[in-house]
Unconditional design. Sequence first.
Length: 357
Amino acid sequence: MLIFRQLFDNQSSTYTYLLGDSASGEALLIDPVFEQVRRDAALAHELGLHLTWTLDTHVHADHVTGAWLMKQRAGSRIALSATSGAAGADRLLNNRDRITFGKRYVEVRFTPGHTNGCVTYVLDDQSMAFTGDCLLVRGSGRTDFQQGDPHAMFASVREHIFSLPATCLLYPAHDYRGITATSVEEERRYNPRLGGDIAVDDFAGYMKNLNLPHPKQIDVAVPANLKCGQAAAQTKVDDPQWAPLTFTFGGIWEIQPQSLSEIEQPVQIVDVREVGEYCGVLGHIHGSKLIPLGELNSRAAQELSREQPVVAVCRSGARSAQAVVMLQKAGFQDVANLSGGMLRWRAEGCAVEGADL
């Protein structure tokens, strides 16, 4: 079975796509964004997937790719077009190459026009295609910089994307209206730039008169992406260092019970259960401070230090996850949730006190 997830970066309006083979657990990631690498790695981990490849549809001008950083974190290899001009990839792709993940694969189709190195990735059964910035939902990528060529784009769309089955779902690299997908049939009929009876000269004239503003991130993004994001990955390390933490797809840093029980650095443990639970059957962790969740906003600033890390604890990890968010909003930087709460703490044999046994 195919595992498929569509992810979104608000800052650049970029879609990232995770495709996995459930039988083998192998997966690939299309158009990863540098700032979202932790999120994407967490999702793959939670779904039990091993990321084998990151694929970029082209050298982006609006965000830095997460390919190099993901390689450092997950061991995934990097692939992109041989005509992209980028250095640092593990594989440079040619037209009609295949990238496999388990028993599945995507086929590479060269679709230049936005840039020379633009490609579209087509799933093996042609039920899905990932078009990058060549074809957008009821639109197309720009052709006014970075080797843009409206004539090349027109040919790319008509010959290599519109030739796919009518029911094939098309997934773009961006959408600025919240639309997530389209289909070959829809774009053939309704795309105002490339569909219907529009001719190449119509399209070229349309594209030459868009008068769009210069991309804000181009001077940073393009040089970094010509190195597969390596320069950015080497200069930005922002993971917490105070404990071995795990980042969840829900956006929460977690610490495992054994890691917390063995931690040497001083930490503040705040238990957000109610008074009866704190001294109830599960007991509590030695040295923990009881601040019920409903009182956390009013008491945190006075009773917790911002100079030491904070670990939030509850029965199962649900209320304490909310506590982490509340503490972060209140300006606490180093905050983590105890994974599984007191239920896991007790199940793994960690010491408690005050238990009502």
